[in-house]
Design a binder for this molecule. Sequence first.
Ligand code: PLP
Length: 406
Amino acid sequence: MADINANYLNLRSSYLFSEIAARVAAHAAKNPDQKIIRLGIGDVTQPLVPSVIKALQDAVNEQSTAAGFKGYGPEQGYDFLREAIVKDSYPGLGIGADEIFVSDGAKCDVGNFQELFATGCKVAITDPVYPVYADANVMAGRGGAPDGSGRFAGMIYLPCTAENGFVPELPKEKPDLIYLCYPNNPTGTVLTRDQLKVWVDYARKNDAIIFYDSAYECFIREPGIPHSIYEVDGAREVAVEFRSYSKTAGFTGLRCGYAVVPKTVTGKAPDGSRVALNTLWNRRQTTKYNGCPYIVQRAAEAVHSAQGKKEVTAVVEGYLANSKLIKNAFEKMGLTVVGGTNAPYVWVKVPMNSWDFFTLLLEKAGVVGTPGAGFGPSGQEYFRLTGFGSPENTREAIERLRSLKL
Ligand code: PLP
């Protein structure tokens, strides 16, 4: 009998953004003349920069010649990109090109990497959280059943609230796998080097692995905030890091990201011996993945060039300017806001339940945001907005917010 993986039945039935889309569609059907401004979903809106387009075009043209044609590529990524990543993003951090695994984005990597670990491993995630970490572990049987509050009974939660300054505290129960995301989605907050060191030291002491998602690293502007976990001493023994070109360079449709898996990070085999995660991830990727397209990897390489960096930084600056406008607008309304300065996300404390605030904003202003409750119970009275809209739409949304009576 084809019994299904019953863990899937533990997942919450509706993915957050489908629920939002359904509610927006219902509102739009009732109000066909209203222009709806979407500041909720984390997709970019600006086109690919000229350096990326040129690299794509050149790579496409190469495919028309026998000499330039590329078939299957290395599953781990082409050396030209792995080397560009090491040189540009990890200088002086002791990371080698054979510790970089190029993929078609960070979502699959953060979702798939848990496969290397036993079902019995205890997983810690923040609350609120990017839902993929939780759901991937629920599918693998590590989440247990939903407990009715928006959490899963088998996971360890690290609340990030105003009370702890949105900095997760060390858990009482010992986790084996710890997901950290900084700059954070959804709160837009960052960790200082000392705050991150607490977690690296904890992982070393407790033989835990940190999954460090730095998909929003390019938004960091404050000096002293670590861009990579490997800036912290000892992280090369306990952390894998995930990065993405999605928000860095507008690749949400093109698809490219990578995992950094230092050879020094190990897990424990049943006989007590240590096994390098780099070897296991290589085995996993070569078995289940056939590599990111050559033309996309050439485009990603262009992001690391001097000109490419200049161009993508200008786009990111535009998104950050939007985030700051949103942050200021809500602060002027008397609300407490975090994020928006080292991240595209603005996390607003709202004076009601987050879904009620969603409805209010949609109905009274035609602006779509994301209810914090969708990221976990600690987001119940928060609302996430993003700087990824166009400057015009962001300004228009802010004008509409000004007339809102809370
Ligand atoms: N990690 C975080 C925290 C994200 O917010 C997202 C996308 O929104 C991703 C990973 C996925 O990135 P990618 O587009 O590279 O799959």
